[in-house]
Ligand binder design. Sequence first.
Ligand code: FE2
Ligand code: FE2
Length: 167
Amino acid sequence: MLRVNQAGEYGAVRIYLGQMAALQNNPKALKTLEHMLEQEKEHLEAFNKLIIDYDVPPTLLTPLWHVGGYLMGVTSALLGEKAAHACTIAVEEVIEEHYQSQVDALSASTHPRDVQFKALFQKCQQEESEHKHIAIDQGGESAPFYPILTNLIKNATRLAIFLSKKG
Ligand SMILES: [Fe+2]
Ligand SMILES: [Fe+2]
């Protein structure tokens, strides 16, 4: 759980950085993205610390998420501000489900470690959900090719989760 979450939050930071690079001349979009980036950095920091505490090696695919996340961010944002937000809607929808499955898996446990993890997963989930709603408010759903775009991104996100679980 810690490995896949650390990988995901790493990817999230890279996506927003890519979007900000592509939208650097759009102050309104930058302000929104900056807020989401800051929260992703906090999530990443929490998991960076936990993988050290629990001696979990990070996924070997980190270099792939470094490049892949950034490319997904740049590419979506080059299609326009709305497409950038469509990307966030798609990613966060998958991540919300992902965190929910982890919270469900831990729900019966009263082990202090699991209680701590559950609280962190729920905090991240809530902020990812907030990002999704911000992206909807910013018109992400009216991006061109919204259904195709979000389907592609959801599949890429699911694949990244699957691969990061493997190693
Ligand atoms: Fe996050
Ligand atoms: Fe996010």
